[in-house]
Design a protein around this ligand. Structure first.
Ligand code: CTP
Length: 412
């Protein structure tokens, strides 16, 4: 494959050297297009040696071959890593006053970017709006990760590791193995109202469900994301031309939405943390200590949505060969005990696959990283994934695709 790797001016450029090395090693022809600024971090000789191709930043070199458009036209894939806030803004606006800019405008190939910047710059509404614009155009955004940044700060903004950038980028050009599938994914955590200002909730951010939805859409599926209280920052990651978002609040709302979607979905993934109980009554007035009604809250059990979806499938109100996937966050650290619990849970709920998530201090809720084992219909572990939630999502869809078998048997 002909791959263009654009590099903008950030310290993370040193990590892109490794990404280029991996791509070359995998047999791809890589042309590196650094910005002027990028060369202050890693010089042209390094890029040339590692990519085995000449490097230039100028639109005026090699004019006879109209290099400023030829590179983009000939590319099968364009990766920009690191993508600084400035480069992201220029991409969103379509500015083309350097070779990277013209290449990006001239290409019809998939574009994958790996942002890297300070957390404040990443969170800034201008950057977020630019990212939303790029996503809506189909640009794939990898990361940024949460972690230590240059200068000792920490927060979201660190460029993803070269291995995951390469893996994600190559996946984008991978066959659309989920094309034509209708998928419903629940994400986030439900909130069960106690009174107008209080609720029973949980710490699910929705990141895993959003990653699952996004991966499916990247691989060609049409996705409905039923989002329970997912923050706006996390939800931006779900912007995709093939993802429709349905916001919900309570377990009952989530259940109703998922039942409706499941009737027309080939794959249903329950990644949301659904409250098992809700207050028996939600007061329409704020409860007060004086009133003495805050000491004890009576709870009633919520319906198990996943089990209900399995029951309606068994009753015939789901498309043929529908696959049901559950998630389970477990705090048991002993792997054997965790597996026993997971097998039982999968059977009890009637799901085909159960992705078991170790939710300790290092993994799971509110964290970018995750460790997951996927239990299959016969109780064996059919897949394992450790790393970014995107990696977990990729493993999950591989397992779903294997379970459904070749697309040619569709409709049987
Ligand atoms: N789930 C659901 N409806 C509920 C509770 C959970 O659909 N009322 C789904 C979750 O979305 C998840 C799976 O069931 O896919 C497992 O969730 P988990 O909270 O681990 O299961 P529980 O039934 O709550 O089991 P326990 O609390 O006993 O661990």
């Amino acid at each position: 494959m002909d791959i263009v790797v654009g590099v903008s001016g950030g310290i993370a450029a040193y990590k892109t050297v490794q990404a280029v090395r991996l791509l070359v090693k995998a047999g791809h022809a890589v042309t590196v297009v650094p910005t002027e600024d990028a060369l202050r971090f890693v010089g042209a000789p390094t890029w040339e040696a590692i990519s085995r191709h000449p490097v230039t930043t100028s639109v005026h070199d090699d004019v006879a071959r109209v290099r400023h458009v030829a590179l983009g036209q000939g590319a099968d894939l364009v990766i920009v890593a690191p993508a600084t806030a400035n480069t992201i803004a220029r991409m969103a606006a379509g500015i083309a006053d350097n070779l990277l800019g013209t290449t990006l405008l001239a290409t019809e190939a998939p574009v994958v970017i790996a942002p890297a910047m300070h957390a404040e710059m990443w969170r800034h509404p201008a950057t977020q709006a630019n990212i939303a614009t790029l996503r809506a155009r189909g640009v794939v955004i990898v990361g940024p990760e949460d972690g230590e940044l240059a200068g000792g700060d920490s927060g979201p903004g660190r460029m993803s590791e070269p291995e995951s950038i390469v893996e994600r980028a190559l996946a984008v050009v991978a066959p659309q193995d989920l094309a034509g599938l209708r998928v419903a994914v629940s994400a986030g955590g439900t909130r069960e109202p106690i009174d107008p200002v209080r609720f029973l909730g949980n710490r699910s951010s929705g990141r895993q469900g959003v990653a699952v939805a996004h991966e499916a859409a990247d691989r060609g599926a049409d996705v409905v994301l039923v989002a329970a209280n997912v923050g706006a920052d996390v939800l931006t990651a779900a912007l995709h031309p093939r993802i429709r978002i349905r916001p919900v609040g309570t377990a009952a709302e989530l259940g109703a939405a998922m039942k409706e979607e499941a009737e027309v979905s080939d794959v249903v993934v329950m990644a949301a943390a659904v409250a098992d109980y809700r207050p028996a009554t939600a007061s329409d007035q704020k409860l007060t200590k004086e009133g003495g009604r805050l000491e004890r809250i009576e709870l009633v059990e919520n319906e198990d949505v996943l089990a209900a979806l399995a029951a309606s499938r068994a009753a015939g109100s789901a498309p043929a060969r529908q696959v049901l996937v559950g998630f389970a966050a477990e705090t048991l650290t002993d792997p054997a005990a965790r597996r026993v619990r997971a097998r039982r849970k999968r059977e009890r709920k009637g799901a085909d696959l159960l992705a078991v998530n170790l939710a300790d201090a290092e993994h799971g809720f509110e964290r970018a990283d995750n460790a997951v084992e996927i239990v299959g219909p016969d109780g064996t572990i059919v897949a394992e994934a450790v790393g970014a939630k995107q990696d977990v999502a990729a493993a999950l869809w591989d397992a779903v695709a294997t379970l459904r078998g070749p697309a040619s048997s569709e409709g049987q």
